[in-house]
Design a protein around this ligand. Sequence first.
Ligand SMILES: Nc1ncnc2c1ncn2[C@@H]1O[C@H](COP(=O)(O)OP(=O)(O)O)[C@@H](O)[C@H]1O
Ligand SMILES: [Mg+2]
Length: 489
Amino acid sequence: MEKRLVFGIKIKFILISTLIMALTSVTWGSWSWINEREHLIERLDAEGRLLLTSLQAPIVDAILYERIGVVEENAGLLDNFIEQVMENREMKVVYAFIIDTDGKVVAHSDYRQFGKMYHDPLTAIALAQEGFAAQTVQQRSGPPVFDMALPLQVAGKSLGALRVGASMELLQKEQSRLGREILIFTCLFFLVSNAVFYVVGLTMSRPLKKLSSAMAKVSHHSLQAAPLAHRNDEIGQLQESFLEMLDRLKKSEDERQHAVARMMQNEKMATIGKIVAGVAHEINNPLMVMSTSLFHLERKVPPELARFLETHKEGMQRIEGIVRQLTDFSRAGSLDLQRVASDDFFKDTARFASIALKKQQIVFESSDMAPRTLLSIDKGKMHQVVLNLLLNAADASTEGGVVWLTAYLQGGSYLLAVQDHGAGIPPEEMEKIFEIFYTTKPGGEGSGIGLAISKSIVEMHHGEITCTSTPGDTTFLVRIPLRHGENDG
Ligand SMILES: Nc1ncnc2c1ncn2[C@@H]1O[C@H](COP(=O)(O)OP(=O)(O)O)[C@@H](O)[C@H]1O
Ligand SMILES: [Mg+2]
C-alpha cells in the first residue's frame, strides 16, 4: 500500500524555498530602501552645503562691515541674506538664522526670534569641527527637518554660524515612492521565484513518486517492476539500485523455492522409503514360504498340471523382482564406496548388461572413451543404475534397435551415457519420470521404481542424472564428479 505523505519532499522543498525567498526578498528590499534613503539624505546634504557655503563669504563680509561700522548695525544686510536663503528654489527652507559665538540670534527668518539667546548644540559642533554640520530633526507634527549649520569664520576667528532648516517633505515623498517600488518589485521577485521553485519541486518529486508507486506495485509472486523511464541523475541511480535489488531478490526467491522443493522431495522419498521397506519385508516372508512349498510341489505335480505351476513360478519371480527393487530403493541410503579403475568398472558393467539384455530384441553396443581413472563409487549400486537405464532404453526401442552405453571424462566428471532410438519422452512427462511409481508401462510390466532408485543413488555419489529426449533420440546422462586425486590413474 502506498502511504499518503503529509510532508513530502515537494512540500518541504517548496516551504524551505519560500522561507528562503521571503527572507532574501525582505533583506534585499530593506537594504535597497535604506541605501536609497541614505542616497537621498546625501543629496540633501550636498545641496544644503552648496547653498550655505555660497553665502558664507558675503555674510562674513556683512558682519565685518557692521562691526567695523562701514554699515550701520541692524541695517538689514544680514536679513537680506536670510531672505535669500528662504527664497531659494532648490530647497524648501523652513527657517534660517545667523547666530553669533555667544548664542545670540543676529538675524532670523522669524523676526520675533531676533536678539534671543540660543543654546544650540549643532552650532557648537560646527564651530568645533570648523566645518559644515547637519542632523535630522523630527518635528512634533509634519515632516522632519534637515537642520544645518555652517561656521562663519575669518582668519581663524569665529564670528558665529549660519543655521538653516530645510523641510524633508520632498525627501519623504520620494522615499515612500521608492519604498512602494521596492515593495512591488520584492513581491514580484518573491512570487516569480516561488513559482520557479514550485515547478522544480514538482519535477523533482514526480519521478520519485513514480518510482515509489512502481515499488509499491511489485507483487510478491512476480517480483517484476513496471518499466521506468531512463534517467541520468541520482533518481536514475536509485531506480537502477531498486531494479538490481529486485533481481537479487528474485534470484534468492528462486533458490529458496528450489530448496523447498528439494527438501519436500527428500522428505517424500524418505517417507516412501520407510513404507516401501516395511511392505517389502512383509511380502518377503510369505514369499519365502511360498517358494519353498512350490519347490516341493514341483516334484509331485502330474505333468498335465506342470504348465500351471510354471506360470505360478513366473509370477512369483516377478514379485520377487519387485520386492528386491523395493528393498534396494529403501536401502539406497547407504553407500559402500570402493576405489575402482574406470576401465575395469566399465568392462564389468558392459558384460553384466549384455547378459541382462540377452532376452531383449535389441542390439547392445558399448564404448569406453574415458582414459583410465580411479573412481570412488559403490560398484554394485552403479551397476544397478546403468542396468535400469539400459532396460528402460531396451523397453523403449523397437525390435533390432541399437542401445548405446558410452563412458567419457568431461569437466572433472566421469560420465555414463545411455542412448536409444525409441519414441522418446514427451516434455510434459520429463519432470515426472524420476518420481517413484511413475510408469507409462502397462500393468504388470512397469513398477516406476527404476529411475527413482537410480536418481537417489547418483545423488548420493554427489552426481546428477539428466535426460534429453526427442523422438528417435533419447539420452540419459549420469555425471559422477571425480574428487581430488582420482583422475591420476
Ligand atoms: N529411454 C526411455 N525412453 C522412453 N521413455 C523412458 C525411457 N526411460 C524411462 N522412460 C519413461 O520413464 C518411466 C519411468 O521409468 P522407470 O522409473 O524405470 O519405471 P518403469 O521402467 O518401471 O516404468 C517409464 O515408464 C517410461 O515412460
Ligand atoms: Mg525401468
